[in-house]
Structure formats: structure tokens, C-alpha cells
Write a protein that binds this ligand. Structure first.
Ligand code: GLP
Length: 261
């Protein structure tokens, strides 16, 4: 069973997870972070930036692999995940740009981009801590319902729901690409620690399906049930449909401090 931690708000989630990232990098300055985009992980990046400002830590050797990218956005498009990661993560945290990778959504390189990305993650020694958000369709990264639990980085077609959800970042819904390149569920499952965050009522159904629902590719988030080290950090609203909520609260309240998250 995944560990579920219910926090008061997004800031508290950010502090908790940033603390775990800080501990990881302190112990292992070459740590490999699995980075996620979307609005959900932003409180983590902000809290970690605050923590670094208050107590400097050498993050120059940290490596990072982002989950996914749109296919075919013009180079430098401000909503390409490459641009988002550089703006929201690399710059504020002072990471070394050459050590942070995002899958390439350049149409010309797509036939080999997935395999190249997989090899780069393997060469880096694998991901230590993977941040994850979850889409309303239950997707992790851009692994839409039906994605194989064994899938690796490859091109996928976004569902109309996901395109509509992400249209808020673009000038018009039509501008949202139809295709993406995303780490597979199999790629994500190789990370040594998964940290899935979710906030708000809109995520409650996807969280309940991921944590307590049947393990099925129709709910890509449910793949986390097959992983040995998962931490789910949610606010009350996103936790609202969990059946075992009392148990999760009880387990967290009684967790030995030395275990961390
Ligand atoms: C996108 C990303 C996912 C993210 C999801 C949820 O589709 N590819 O990685 O988890 O959106 O986004 P948000 O965190 O903004 O709700």
C-alpha cells in the first residue's frame, strides 16, 4: 500500500517534499531527480528554492530527467516543457543546465528519441526520486488510460480531455499539440522512490483510483500500487474519496521519524 500523507495545503506539501529532496542531495550530491511539469509540483520547487536560499547546498552535480514533452512546438515555445523546466526549476534552483534533460519533441528525431532518452537515464544510474502529478484522466507523465505498465519513453496521442485541460496554458485550444513524447509507466516504475502529489477536488477520483482502485492500465496511476516505495502527498480535497483515509492518517501520525518519507 502506498503511503498517503494528507497535508493542510500546497505549501505544506512543498516543504515536506523539498525536505526529502534536500536530504537526498545532502547524502548524494550527484542525485538524479525525476522532474515533473504541470502546476502540482510548483510548491515543491518553490519550497526547495527557499530552502537553498536560507541554507545553501551544492546542487551543481544534481542530474534531472523530465517526464514528458509536447511534440512539434516551435523551438523556444514558452509552453514547451523544456522551457517550463528551465524557467520553473533549473533557473530558480541554480541547477546545471547541461545535467537536466527533457525528452526531445522535435518531429525529425522522434523515431530514436525514446530509446536515446531511456539510455541516458540508465547511463545516469536511474532516477532516485521521481516527482509526479496526476491528470484528471489518471495519467502519469502523459501516459493516458490504456498505456502499458511496461511502456518506455515513446510518442503518445493526448486525449481530448488532456488537451482541453492543458489549453489554459496556450492561446487557443487548437494550439495544444495532439502528440507528446513521454516516459513510459515502465520507465517511471524504475525510479527508486515515487512521490505523487495532488491538490483539489478535481484530483480526488484519480487519486482514489491510483491508491485504492483495481490495478489496471485503464487507470495509469494505479501502477504505483506495484512500486515498493511510493509517497502520495495530498490535501484534504484530493484525499476526499479515499476509503482508508483514517488508516493513512493514523499510520503517518505514528511513523517513526527515522524513516523519513
Ligand atoms: C500534464 C502533465 C502531467 C501532469 C498533469 C497534471 O498533463 N504532463 O505530468 O501531472 O498535466 O497537471 P496539473 O499538475 O497542472 O494538474
Amino acid at each position: 500500500m502506498a503511503e498517503v500523507i494528507v497535508v493542510e495545503n500546497e505549501d505544506a506539501a512543498g516543504e515536506l517534499v523539498a525536505g526529502a529532496i534536500r536530504e537526498l542531495i545532502t547524502a548524494r550530491p550527484e542525485a538524479v531527480l525525476g522532474l515533473a511539469t504541470g502546476s502540482t509540483p510548483l510548491p515543491v520547487y518553490r519550497a526547495f528554492a527557499r530552502s537553498l536560499a536560507a541554507r545553501p547546498l551544492d546542487v551543481s552535480r544534481v542530474r534531472g530527467f523530465s517526464l514528458d514533452e509536447y511534440v512539434g512546438l516551435p523551438d523556444g515555445h514558452r509552453e514547451s516543457y523544456r522551457a517550463v523546466i528551465s524557467r520553473d526549476v533549473v533557473a530558480p534552483l541554480g541547477l546545471t543546465p547541461g545535467r537536466i534533460r527533457v525528452p526531445s519533441g522535435d518531429p525529425a528525431g522522434l523515431p530514436t528519441a525514446g530509446a536515446d532518452y531511456e539510455q541516458a537515464i540508465v547511463d545516469a544510474g536511474g532516477v532516485d526520486l521521481q516527482l509526479l502529478g496526476i491528470g484528471r484522466t489518471g495519467h502519469l507523465g502523459f501516459n493516458e488510460p490504456g498505456s502499458s505498465f511496461a511502456s518506455l519513453t515513446r510518442v503518445k496521442t493526448l486525449t481530448p480531455q488532456t488537451r482541453a485541460d492543458n489549453a489554459r496554458f496556450f492561446d487557443s485550444p487548437a494550439e495544444v499539440p495532439i502528440h507528446c513524447i513521454t516516459q513510459g509507466l515502465g520507465t517511471i516504475m524504475r525510479a527508486r522512490h515515487l512521490v505523487l502529489l495532488a491538490f483539489g477536488h478535481g484530483k480526488a477520483t484519480a487519486i482514489a483510483a491510483a491508491v485504492e482502485g483495481p490495478v489496471t492500465s485503464s487507470q495509469p496511476g494505479s501502477a504505483i500500487q506495484l512500486h515498493p516505495h511510493v509517497t502520495v502527498v495530498v490535501d484534504e480535497a484530493a484525499a476526499g474519496r479515499l476509503t482508508n483515509l483514517d488508516y493513512f492518517r493514523y499510520a503517518w501520525a505514528n511513523k517513526p521519524a527515522w524513516q523519513g518519507i
